[in-house]
Design a protein around this ligand. Structure first.
Ligand code: ZN
Length: 543
């Protein structure tokens, strides 16, 4: 699997516990040292059934195999033999740097009607250094877990009354509003218009879009006036109706219609995971309609847009291009044009990308952006997806220079992907210590003693009036306790300490999160530096 390996075991009543994993590892080390050769054996179906006749599960797997279509193979080391497609290493000594990570339950074939087996997960690396780096990253990821930080920082919650439907709490809403405001502002600069399409639309629309036939098991449905309706799993069909609402000339193109659209998609309850895997989320969606000649420029400007956006969060990304699969809709000519367009746009920028040949959706090629976070994990965020299907299905047109009605090229694209998921990513990326422009509180004020409380309140009011988010911490706790709590636990970027001397000089003593004491500055100077930090999204900072 992507992050290592697992092995499923049926031990009857016997339960493997986390404490058992080191014992198993010890045994694995012994096997590794013993340098057993690993041999591949190819089998006919009957031979395989005979070989594993005491193993129900392997009998089940083998009985589903077709020996004319696939080679059935097993691997043998010493007296242990196992069914496996391979490939394997040559000797057990090749595997030295491994670690078993956890044990959990897993239904046979992932089906909850089947028996639950015990699944042990682990990782193996070529070098000790790689293994240690990975384990360190896991430790760090645990500390940054967005579910834990989301609770501690009061950003979001999930209620038992709505599994997979996150609630945003007041502090989380600040982060969210900042992100959305940023999103609207940047999109307006890029020439986008904005729309809002309904959450629920009738079954007929989802039949027209094809979702009713291809996606229905993931859609929530209901009835209105005895007619079937579905809650939208995607924003596109609504976007198509908006396009069709008026006539378009080639002069109107490209049309870039953005929508922060709330979609619902069913996920199995076992797969829900904080903000990463939810049942409702807001896509920062946009649909672009353009002429074939405009396509490369459009793709180019989206790539720029993604790069500039991720740069603000100090995130690098890798790019993958997925091309035409075996079965597809639309003209081959258009596919070739589009794929060449996507490649040209990336080549023109000197961008490196991987090509996943034949891995595109049936309706068009796409570019995926895999964003790297602060601890090196990658996340699928932005995508640019071409679509030859919906324009045909909805028969959308524009009138070209020659007076003819033509079908525009359509692009779907997201930058953050899902706002909810991106919140989760940001929480973990920053370990909850958000840059000042996003932080729920941007500065805290701590009076040294009770007699400084009024002056501290006055400073807080002055800062608040400028639209800066400030926390006045006038609790009767010790100054050092309050400084520590605000910087380290609440992760507020700055704490201003106010005492006799500061009041007399109209200054504040500044402490910065992760940087310690910065020194004492006139209040007005601090405020203008803080405003600059917020405005530049951290390119300039208070120092
Ligand atoms: Zn779309």
């Amino acid at each position: 699997i992507e992050d290592g390996f697992y092995y499923d075991i049926d031990l009857g009543e016997e339960v493997i516990k986390e404490e058992d994993l080191p014992k198993i590892e010890k045994e694995m080390k012994k096997i590794s040292k013993s340098n057993k050769l690993i041999k591949r054996i190819e089998l006919s179906k009957q031979e395989a059934l005979d070989m594993f006749k005491n193993d129900l599960y392997k009998q089940d797997l083998i009985s589903r195999m077709d020996e004319n279509e696939q080679v059935i193979s097993a691997y043998k080391q010493d007296d242990f033999i196992d069914l496996c497609r391979g490939p394997h290493m040559n000797s057990t000594k090749d595997m030295k740097y491994f670690k078993l990570l956890k044990v959990s339950g897993a239904y046979w074939k992932g089906d909850s009607n089947n028996k639950m087996l015990q699944r042990i997960y682990g990782v193996c690396f070529e070098t000790e250094e790689d293994l240690n780096n990975y384990l360190e990253m896991l430790e760090e990821a645990k500390k940054r877990d967005h579910k834990k930080l989301g609770r501690e920082l009061e950003l979001f919650m999930i209620s038992e009354y709505g599994p997979g439907f996150p609630f945003f709490l007041p502090k989380g809403m600040i982060l969210r509003n900042e992100l959305e405001n940023f999103w609207y502002k940047e999109h307006a600069k890029e020439g986008y218009q904005f729309i809002k399409t309904p959450i629920m639309l009738s079954k007929e629309l989802w039949e027209l879009s094809g979702h009713w036939f291809n996606y229905k098991e993931n859609m929530y449905t209901s009835n209105i006036d005895e007619k079937e309706f579905a809650i939208k799993p995607m924003n596109c069909p609504g976007g198509m109706l908006v396009y069709k609402n008026s006539m378009h000339s080639y002069r109107d193109l490209p049309i870039r219609a953005g929508e922060l659209g709330l979609v619902h998609r069913h996920e199995k309850s076992g797969e829900l995971n904080g903000l990463f895997r939810v049942r409702c989320f807001t896509q920062d969606d946009a649909h672009i309609f353009c002429t074939p000649e405009q396509l490369v420029d459009e793709i180019n400007s989206i790539i720029d847009f993604v790069a500039d956006t991720m740069d603000i969060f100090n995130m690098k990304f890798e790019v993958e291009l997925s091309t035409r699969p075996e079965s597809y809709v639309g003209d081959l000519k258009n596919w070739e044009l589009a794929e060449a367009g996507l490649k040209e746009a990336m080549d023109r920028r000197g961008m490196k990308y991987e090509i996943n040949e034949g891995d595109g959706a049936f309706y068009g090629p796409k570019i995926d952006f895999k964003v790297k976070d602060a601890i090196g994990r990658t996340w699928q965020c932005a995508t640019i997806q071409l679509d030859f299907n919906l324009p045909e299905r909805f028969e959308i047109k524009y009138q070209d220079k020659d007076g003819q009605l033509k079908t525009p090229v359509m692009l779907h694209r997201v930058i953050f992907g899902s706002m909810e998921r991106f919140h989760g990513i940001l929480i973990e990326h920053y370990a909850g210590a958000f840059p000042t422009w996003l932080a729920p509180y941007q500065t805290a004020i701590v009076p040294i003693a009770d007699r400084h409380a009024d002056a501290a309140a006055e400073i807080a009011n002055k800062i608040k009036a400028l639209g800066i988010r400030v926390l006045l911490d006038d609790r009767s706790e010790s100054m050092n306790y309050k400084i520590r709590e605000n910087l380290q636990h609440k992760k507020i970027p700055y704490v201003l300490v106010v005492g006799d001397k500061e009041i007399q000089d109209k200054t504040v003593a500044i402490r910065a999160r992760g940087r310690g004491q910065i020194g004492t500055k006139p209040l007005d100077e601090f405020i203008s530096m803080l405003e600059e930090e917020i405005k530049t999204k951290g390119k300039k900072i208070v120092e």
